[in-house]
Design a protein around this ligand. Structure first.
Ligand code: AMP
Ligand code: GLY
Length: 435
């Protein structure tokens, strides 16, 4: 790339916002860029402390983050979680003339209101599950009575990934509707609900960078949301992931781009809403083609922990161009061949009540090629890494093949121990059986 007004900012000082394994993976990849001179994470965790300066500012403290960006002369802020985006973090930065990767609140609505997202998809002709919106309990219960099963009940707003119930029986559906509309389980987020058609098919996450004009898809990935093997147990923030997804070949990728990503971004433009950041499409590959289950306005977790280890290109260059609205000037991302598998180590009891504060051993003895992205970790007074959250670590490994990546990721799992450690044993197994 040449010099001139559109060239990359040199000696970039970057601030990553968030504290999970996704943010550790972002910081880890950004730290490898020769263009990055200083890296900060707010608030970060024990893992990011090794590669960046952690700032004691919460991810949703907009005023604090603005102050941190000014004080540390930050050139680019990269936002991990959705909550601050929905609350207007990007808007506040843009108003101050600061460069930020992550959409403004009006665009983040694609995640923060499922009803609005559905309306946008319908207007854009994007294939998705048929859905009806309800605020009235009686009307919603009536709709369930007529529906075919399974049926999906969703709270409209942000509910930390817990606002979706896939009901196999009418009783379950009835209970879900009542919990949201009568018992207000999700507060305002469940004031309005969607009752929607169940989409049958392999789920795939496709994350794409976009500056509202250009769309650059990253590698497709699959995540595992349920707590236990065989997709049993409760929904979690994610128990593992792998990339790429063999089912998404070039033809499928082109189809997703043409039928889903392009019309969605075009619809934003039509509404004069600028979308700069990651558009995350959660898709079901159904018998009648790819359909959107949901959109998110940010990087996926744990998808990021398997996609970024496969990225050969400079992440800072890509994100900086995207945030400045000149993504077309960035070289197309290049990818390592092979696969990446990530296994989450969680605290015993997660996603329900769990203990924290247990020492973590073995982090210094990871097998070659494996990397530990920290999620819920902290340092105790003696500098030892301890557990401090439900999801504790994402252990990722690349490999020439899925079996190789998977074997190596589980070899890392064997090394890293703490009291009550819980993980799934079947991450990426389906890709090892089928080839
Ligand atoms: P999330 O909104 O990330 O908590 O997603 C909840 C999960 O529920 C998704 O990953 C799907 O597995 C499932 N889900 C949501 N909507 C549908 C749908 N219409 N059809 C099938 N599964 C769905
Ligand atoms: N992996 C699911 C999410 O990031 O929402």
């Amino acid at each position: 790339m040449g010099v001139g007004p559109l060239a990359i900012t040199p000696n970039m000082r970057i601030l990553v916002v968030g504290s999970g394994a996704r943010e550790h993976a972002l910081a880890w990849k950004l730290a490898q860029s020769p263009r990055v001179s200083e890296l900060f994470v707010a608030p970060g965790n024990a893992g990011t402390a090794h590669i960046a300066t952690n700032l004691p500012v919460a991810a949703n403290d907009i005023a604090g983050l603005l102050e941190a960006a000014r004080t540390n002369a930050i050139d680019l802020t990269v936002v991990g979680p959705e909550d601050p985006l929905a609350a207007g973090l990007a808007d506040a930065f843009l108003q101050q003339g600061l460069t930020i990767f992550g959409p403004a609140a009006a665009a983040a609505r694609i995640e923060s209101s499922k009803a609005w997202a559905k309306e946008l998809m319908n207007a854009a002709g994007v294939p998705t599950a048929r859905a009806e919106r309800f605020t009235d309990l009686r009307a919603a219960l009536g709709a369930i009575y007529d529906a075919s099963l399974p049926i999906v009940i969703k709270a409209d707003g942000l509910a930390a990934g817990k606002g979706v119930v896939v009901a196999g029986t009418r009783d379950e559906a009835d209970q879900a509707v009542r919990s949201m509309l009568a018992d207000h389980l999700f507060g305002n987020a469940g004031h309005e609900i969607l009752i929607e058609e169940f989409l049958d098919g392999q789920e795939v996450s496709l994350l794409a960078l976009t500056d509202s004009e250009v769309i650059v898809p990253l590698l497709p990935a699959c995540d595992y949301k349920r707590a236990l093997d065989g997709d049993a147990g409760l929904n979690t923030g994610g128990m593992g992931a792998y990339a790429p997804v063999p089912l998404v070949d070039d033809a499928m990728l082109q189809r997703i781009r043409r039928e889903i990503l392009e019309p969605t971004i075009a619809e934003f433009r039509k509404r004069n809403i600028t979308y700069r950041g990651v558009l995350y499409a959660g898709l079901a590959l159904t018998a009648s083609g790819p359909k959107v289950i949901e959109f998110n306005c940010r990087f996926g977790d744990p998808e990021t922990e398997v996609v970024l280890p496969l990225l050969k290109s400079d992440l800072a260059e890509l994100l900086d161009h995207c945030a400045r609205g000149v993504l077309s000037d960035a070289p197309a991302p290049e990818w390592e061949s092979g696969s990446c598998v990530s296994v989450i180590l969680a605290s015993g009891g997660y996603p329900q009540a769990y203990q924290r504060g247990y020492p973590i051993d073995g982090l210094d003895h990871l097998p070659e090629g494996a990397v530990a992205f920290h999620a819920g970790t902290a340092l105790d007074e003696s500098g030892h890494t301890i557990t401090s959250g439900g999801r504790v670590l994402a252990l990722s490994s690349r490999g020439a093949t899925f079996p190789e990546a998977r074997t190596n990721a589980y070899a890392a799992v064997e090394q890293v121990t703490f009291t009550g450690r819980h993980f799934r044993t079947d991450i990426a197994l389906r890709e090892c059986r089928s080839r």
